[in-house]
Ligand binder design. Structure first.
Ligand SMILES: C=C1C[C@]23C[C@@]1(O)CC[C@H]2[C@@]12CC[C@H](O)[C@@](C)(C(=O)O1)[C@H]2[C@@H]3C(=O)O
Ligand SMILES: O=C(O)CCC(=O)C(=O)O
Ligand SMILES: [Fe+2]
Length: 339
C-alpha cells in the first residue's frame, strides 16, 4: 500500500487530476517551413485545429538545449533562491498559482516580458546571479524564435490573401508589441500515479489571448489540445520542433476563420516536462478587428471592436478556463439587424 506523507497530501489536495488519455494523437498537421505549399497548409491547419507542428524552421537546436539546460538549473535551485524572483506580478517566478484569480496547477514558471527593459528587478537579479548567463540564453533564443515567427505570420497573410504580407508580422515585431515569454517546469508526480493512476493537471484548459504562441518542449508528453468535436488529444512531444497555437486576437482578426485552440497540460508521473513559449501580442493601443479584405460581401464582424489593452485587461480578470472572447462577441440580434 502507498502511504503519502502529510507534505505530499498538502501538495496534492488543492490540485485537479485527470484520467490519462489513451495514446498519442497522430493527426497533428506538420508544416515544413521551406515547403512551397507551406502558406496553404498553414491556413488549412489554423482553420481546422488552430494548431500545428513546425519543422525545418531554421532555429538551431543548440539554442533550445542551452536554454533548456539553464532553465532546468534554475528550477533545481533551492526554493528560497527561486522565491527571490517571485511572486509574479504578472512577471517573475511563480509556483502552483497561475494568474491572479485563484487558478492552480502542478507547475513552476518564469514569466518574462520580451522587452528586457520591462522586466522587474527581482527577475533581472536571477539572471545576474546565474553564472552561466541565463539572460543571454533567453535573449538569443527569443531573437531566433521571433525571426521564425515573423516568417510564419507572413506565410499566414499570403495564404489568407491579405496585403501587405507583413500586416500580421508587423504587429508582433513593433517595438511597442506586448509580447511575453514563459518557461514552464512540470515536476513529475510518481506518488499520485501509484495512489490513483491519475495525472495532475499542470496547466488547466485555456486559450491564449495573444495573436500567436510558439512552444518548444523537451521530449516529455503532457500537452493536449481540444479538437472541434470537443475531444481532448495528446500531442506527441518533439524536442526538435515548434508547436504553433492560434490565439484569441487572431481568431478575431480572421473573423473566426482561424480557431484559438483550447489546450492544457497534464503533468507526467515519471518525467519532468519543461517548455518555453513565446506569446506574440500586438501593441496595447492596437485595434483588434477582422481584416476588411477577409470579410465577404455583407459579412459582419462577429465581435465588438476593442483594443488589445481592453482585451488584455479583461483577460487578466478572468479564470483560466473562462471563454474570454464571449464578452466581446456581438449579440446575434445586432448581426441580424444589419443584414
Ligand atoms: C488565469 C490567468 C493566467 C493568464 C492570465 C489569466 O487571468 C487568464 C489568461 C492566462 C494566460 C494564458 C496564456 C499565457 O500563459 C499567459 C501569460 C497569458 O497571457 O494569458 C497566461 C496568464 C498568466 O499566467 O498570467
Ligand atoms: O507548458 C506547456 O506546454 C503549455 C503551457 C501553456 O499553454 C501556456 O503557458 O499558456
Ligand atoms: Fe497556453
Amino acid at each position: 500500500m502507498v502511504v503519502l506523507s502529510q507534505t505530499a497530501l498538502d501538495h496534492y489536495s488543492s490540485m485537479k487530476t485527470c484520467k490519462p488519455t489513451n495514446g498519442l494523437f497522430t493527426g497533428i498537421p506538420v508544416i515544413d517551413l521551406k515547403d512551397p505549399e507551406a502558406k496553404t497548409r498553414i491556413v488549412e491547419a489554423c482553420q481546422e485545429f488552430g494548431f500545428f507542428k513546425l519543422v525545418n524552421h531554421g532555429v538551431p537546436f543548440e539554442f533550445m538545449t542551452r536554454l533548456e539546460y539553464l532553465a532546468m538549473n534554475f528550477f533545481n535551485l533551492p526554493q528560497s533562491e527561486k522565491d527571490k524572483a517571485g511572486p509574479p506580478d504578472p512577471f517573475g517566478y511563480g509556483n502552483k498559482r497561475i494568474g491572479p484569480n485563484g487558478d492552480v496547477g502542478w507547475i513552476e514558471y518564469l514569466l518574462l516580458n520580451t522587452n528586457p527593459q520591462v522586466n522587474c528587478n527581482k527577475t533581472l537579479s536571477i539572471f545576474q546571479e546565474n553564472p552561466q548567463n541565463f539572460r543571454s540564453a533567453v535573449e538569443d533564443y527569443i531573437l531566433e524564435v521571433k525571426r521564425m515567427t515573423y516568417e510564419v505570420l507572413e506565410l499566414m497573410a499570403d495564404g489568407l490573401g491579405i496585403e501587405p504580407r507583413n500586416v500580421l508580422s508587423k504587429l508582433v515585431s513593433d517595438e511597442k508589441s506586448d509580447s511575453c515569454f514563459r518557461l514552464n517546469y512540470y515536476p513529475p508526480c510518481p506518488e499520485l500515479q501509484a495512489l490513483s493512476g491519475r495525472n495532475l493537471i499542470g496547466f488547466g484548459e485555456h486559450t491564449d489571448p495573444q495573436i500567436i504562441s510558439v512552444l518548444r518542449s523537451n521530449n516529455t508528453t503532457g500537452l493536449q489540445i481540444c479538437l472541434r468535436d470537443g475531444t481532448w488529444v495528446s500531442v506527441p512531444p518533439d524536442q526538435t520542433s515548434f508547436f504553433i497555437n492560434i490565439g484569441d486576437a487572431l481568431q478575431v482578426m480572421t473573423n473566426g476563420r482561424f480557431r484559438s485552440v483550447k489546450h492544457r497540460v497534464l503533468a507526467d508521473n515519471m518525467k519532468s516536462r519543461i517548455s518555453m513559449i513565446y506569446f506574440g501580442g500586438p501593441p496595447l493601443s492596437e485595434k483588434i478587428a477582422p481584416f476588411p479584405s477577409l470579410l465577404a460581401e455583407g459579412e459582419e464582424s462577429l465581435y465588438e471592436q476593442f483594443t488589445w489593452y481592453e482585451y488584455k485587461s479583461s483577460a487578466y480578470k478572468s479564470r483560466l478556463a473562462d471563454y474570454r472572447l464571449g464578452l466581446f462577441e456581438k449579440k446575434m440580434q445586432a448581426i441580424l439587424a444589419n443584414i
